[in-house]
Write a new protein. Sequence first.
Length: 106
Amino acid sequence: MTLVIAGSNTAGHTKKSTMATMIVLGYCLGNIMAPLIFISTQAPGYAGGFTGITICTIYAGIAAQVARWMLVKRNKKRQEQYGDPTYDEAFSDKTDHQNKNFRYLM
């Protein structure tokens, strides 16, 4: 779901490529770090691993809500400044900040 939302809320070829690279990098780092928080001496409960996963899950939920709040705020600001979006610049290679008709998806 994160991959789809990040791809939909980014405009401009270079910016989309950079965003996709950052997501893959984060995914890889998560897969590298996750096994390191489960220590065999804590078996079978793995309290450290459970705590680490819980903290990451809570952080991800908070980050998602903050991102949603920011995107809603930006959409309202764009709606007030520029009115309803048109598709005149739909296929131009402008970023989401440069294209006045771009609206973020929730």
